[in-house]
Ligand binder design. Sequence first.
Ligand SMILES: Nc1ncnc2c1ncn2[C@@H]1O[C@H](COP(=O)(O)OP(=O)(O)OP(=O)(O)O)[C@@H](O)[C@H]1O
Ligand SMILES: [Mg+2]
Length: 743
Amino acid sequence: MRIAELSIPEAVKQLTIKSGIVELYPPQEEAVKAGALEGKNLVLASPTASGKTLVAEFCALKHIMEGNGKAVYLTPLRALASEKFEEFKKYSTIAKKSGRKIRVGISTGDFDSTDAWLERYDIIITTNEKADSLLRHRAKWMDEISLVVADEVHLLNEAERGPTLEVVLARLMLTNPDAQILALSATINNVDEIAQWLKADYVTTDWRPVTLKEGVLLNEEIQYKDGDARKIGKETRDPTLNLVLNTVRTGGQALVFASTRKNAAVLAKRIAAEIQPILSKPAKRSLEHDANRILSVGERTQLSDSLAELVKCGTAFHHAGLGGGHRRLIEDTFRQGRIKVLTATPTLAFGVNLPARTVLIQDYRRYEAGYGYYPISVLEYKQMAGRAGRPKYDKTGEAILVAKTNDEADYLLESYILARPERIWSRLAVERIMRTHVLATIAADYAHTERGIYEFFGKTFYAFQYDVNAIKGIVAKILKYLYDEDMIEVFGEDINATRFGKRVSELYVDPFSAVIIRDALKRKPGLLTGFSLLQMIAHTPDMGPVMRPYSREQDDIAVFLEEHKQELLVAPPDELQDNIAYEQFLGEIKTAMTLHAWIEEVSEEQLIEKFRVQPGDLYRTIENAKWLLHATHELARLFSNKEMLPQILEVRRRVEKGVKEELLPLVRLEGVGRVRGRIIYNAGYKTAEEIKRTSMNDLASLPLIGPKLAKKIKEQVGGLVKKETLDKIDEEAEWKQKALTEY
Ligand SMILES: Nc1ncnc2c1ncn2[C@@H]1O[C@H](COP(=O)(O)OP(=O)(O)OP(=O)(O)O)[C@@H](O)[C@H]1O
Ligand SMILES: [Mg+2]
């Protein structure tokens, strides 16, 4: 089926054809035949890179241009939301009937807002969590949604984030019953069930743009699923290395999955040593440039140094311990073909568009703190394998599992390559997870009686798969908890949220966290400091997994604890009576100590060294802390703890920027982070006023500042700059500017 024949707006056809797409891929054709463009609800389950997004794009454009509605596009990750935003942006050149250009918006941050500005947008890209929070705020513009796209809908199966997606879809089906639902998914076993739940038809295909060969590598030979075999030259003693070398030598790229971050980093180092000698001179020169970019993003740490060294050798690792800036650079450089080999943890398999000719699964197990090693699911395997083959570059892609013995080779063939992906199961029925959704159901007026609550949960995927009666016990327990903690009031049959309950729901925190904060705010510690607040939020479940203290850290923590005893807002449990609780407590102290060191301007390098925390984890901890301090501020307002407000606000700002109080006026300036702020401050410019009085040249001559940033700073503080100086500065490279804003 040709694009030209489709019933989509003319301008959309033109744009698509101009981009080089003239014909539909088979799964797209099936989706169209199933009525996707006529407003029918549809689940489209098809392999990686089979073009599911384009179907969503066409649907969205039809809704906007012909029906005058809004389209929301739900993604599981922020990174994926940005990727989709970039893809949809091209449509903002097209005008609607009214003559106004189509507006594409993205909303992923700040969970405590209705984002009223989204009213003006036609396509809104968002994460499931953000959509959940918007639904709690009952954002008015959401009434206009006429298309809901749920990307990566197999996420329903994920313990932590699946339930959010399920609740969001159930709520949207309730508030916008006429909206079209388009769910996109990897190939799964029970598409029919998901489709039935969504009152949708389904299309499922195995079609891929590039043929996929799956196999098992044992020593020097790959055994493929189809019976073929292939010998790999024995250049080193390690079969993984040999296959990687073979791929790169023949002009391909390889993606190697490892079970842990550490393994990924170690493996990358071994691979780099082998790849370096076979790179061409020009390739090395451009990689040198890429390595410099790695070093110019964020603070310099051992991690960025070692990553840069690897990049010089056309190799890199990718895992959640990397900061976002580095991750994006690595992804781009790999996509552009300069990085030849990327090692990664299984998290990468999820959604991000990073194809490679050869996908190697070095270890079919994955490691998770607290659980240890366990075998990955078939679904995960299929997602990883699906990354194999770059359309336009590779004729076939191959996904290879590495076996160490014959028995293991048989096992891998049986359990992964020939296996069918698992069924997707709802993960909603867990008290900790339900708690927040039960409160939100009442607080955001989705239900006001116990029966109403069951009615709502009766629309979830859980109720579809099991029986809503199975969660009645959990709901009753949660209602009692919410009542005991003053989050809901009950009059006869009527259940209403109190102001506290309503605010907790909007703040998007676990009711447990809110109770901890409320109670701590009542306590008067001997001394209330920034650390007091950090210790309190570190105790909440929303802070995420607790950092585990290493044995050599225990003494440091004990000493720190002794010195800051008067400041604690949450009292320590008895070490002798409850050893497990005490260990947990020490972990929370460690989290608080890390955040405390961060706002005392300890460098990232030292933080990594001292607390053994990687940048990616550090940033996530900071993000969570910012959000919880916002919640703390709002709850302090609600409970009239007025005297605490300035201090909470100050700590929140310091956590956001990682600075001491004295730098706050400086880091407010765009382009000035903790490192540059300190440089400017130590040079004697302590306020915007003082910067205004200094000359451009003096400012530009400071380390890490330079003319371009000096200009930007001067403009912000209202200083005068000569025209010639400005023109010269504007010529500088674009990427440098980008790198500047990050640190
Ligand atoms: N009909 C087409 N002809 C040529 N290229 C296409 C066509 N449709 C989509 N593509 C291209 O295929 C690539 C992969 O598409 P897309 O990202 O939609 O995959 P997907 O099915 O969503 O995969 P994933 O499961 O990884 O999310 C994109 O680069 C897209 O531009
Ligand atoms: Mg996709």
